[in-house]
Design a protein around this ligand. Structure first.
Ligand code: IPM
Ligand code: MN
Length: 366
């Protein structure tokens, strides 16, 4: 029997309660598909600030280094919002952990089941068959990490802040390859999003992407779109996209837009894949729901656990090669949220979910 070794970082807010449900699901799936779990939990984010004085402690980093993948909850909350921006959980935990493990490829599936089109703010006639797209976002470059990044006081006493958007050819090429691999397994179409009418980084992005696709994936249909237009097109006709492919900040913004048109952030999983392979020969990755800590409902047992469970499924698929187990989880979630009359509404947070009940229903549907 195989043993899957991974780090569990529940974090803050609803993180711990949805993580519990995801771990229950993984355990049951393990007995069905003949693998055992060997996971170690560690603090990250606000809870790590409270317990260790820093959002991404060395001990947590060590737990991650000793693992083949990281199952991540979410970080941040009102309690830590008064800290200096650089020390807040999002900037002091999430960004450093992405960088520490070179997690440059963020894969965010945008899926809305056809039975649940009511949950989307888009008119039903625009999405008669639901939505099925995926966003590939570059995650360790661009304006998030470029130097210089600082706030200074000018001679006249005025303050000035600077962020730097920077991309190298090699950074663009490696994420282009992820977009290609993703498209090959789907509809074979990639739309690369940039702002090449204004930004130098985008001019380079567009040129490198064009050349890379021509050389390595001539069978993939590549198109380019400016980011402002892409935001509009997502709201107009999301299924015109197959793989939406873009740099770090554009991907951050567009993936939230994608989240809302897909009905609920509570359903959206993500995988952040790294440059390194784990001991099993699969990509090391971090798997997290896209929805955040939801502090307003934390601790009440009413958070939707689906995004965390689907993130666990992505972990099985990408970092452990457990394709059947991953598909089984996804099918169970789909069955749970699409069956019954009000279940779909509940899943989409149109009324509170009972986290535990939802977990047991998904287990039953496995
Ligand atoms: C996300 C989040 C993060 C990001 C924040 C919390 C730093 O919005 O994962 O999309 O901007 O990348
Ligand atoms: Mn975001």
């Amino acid at each position: 029997m195989k043993t899957l070794k991974f780090a569990v970082l529940p974090g803050d807010g609803i993180g711990p309660e949805v993580m519990d449900v995801a771990l229950d699901v993984l355990k049951v799936v393990g007995t069905k598909f003949d693998f055992a779990l060997d996971y170690e939990s560690a603090d990250i984010g606000g809870i790590a600030i409270d317990n260790h004085g820093t959002a991404f402690p060395e001990s947590t980093r060590k737990v991650c280094e000793d693992s083949a993948a990281i199952l991540f909850g979410s970080v941040g909350g009102p309690k830590w919002e008064s800290l200096p921006p650089k020390e807040q959980p999002e900037r002091a935990a999430l960004l450093p952990i992405r960088k520490a493990f070179s997690l440059y490829a963020n894969v965010r599936p945008g899926l809305l089941y056809p039975q649940l089109t009511d949950a989307s703010p888009l008119k039903k006639e625009r999405i008669p068959d639901g939505i099925d797209i995926v966003c590939i976002r570059e995650l360790t470059g661009g304006i998030y990490f470029g130097q210089p990044k600082a706030t200074t006081t000018l001679e006249n006493g005025e303050e000035q802040a600077i962020d730097t958007m920077v991309y190298k050819t090699s950074e663009i090429e490696r994420i282009a390859q992820v977009a290609i691999d993703t498209a090959r397994a789907r509809g074979k179409r990639v739309c690369s999003v940039d702002k090449a009418n204004v930004l130098e980084t985008s001019v380079l992005w567009r040129r490198v992407v064009t050349e890379y696709f021509a050389k390595h994936a001539p069978e993939i249909e590549l198109s380019h779109m400016y980011v402002d237009n892409a935001a509009m097109q997502l709201a107009r006709d999301p299924n015109q996209f197959d793989v939406l492919f873009t740099e770090n900040m554009f991907g951050d913004i567009l993936s939230d837009a994608m989240g809302v048109i897909c009905g609920s952030l509570g359903m959206l999983a993500s995988a952040s894949l790294g440059a390194t392979q784990n001991s099993l020969g699969f990509p090391f990755g971090l798997y997290e729901p896209s929805g955040g800590t939801a502090p307003d409902i934390a601790g009440q047992g009413i958070a939707n656990p689906c995004a965390q469970i689907l993130s666990a499924a992505l972990m099985l698929r990408y970092s452990f090669g457990q394709l059947e187990a991953a598909a089984a989880i996804e099918a169970a979630v789909e069955k749970t949220v699409t069956s019954g009359t009000r279940t779909g509404d509940i899943a989409f947070g149109l009324q509170p979910v009972d986290t535990k009940t939802m977990g047991t229903t998904i287990l039953k549907n496995l």
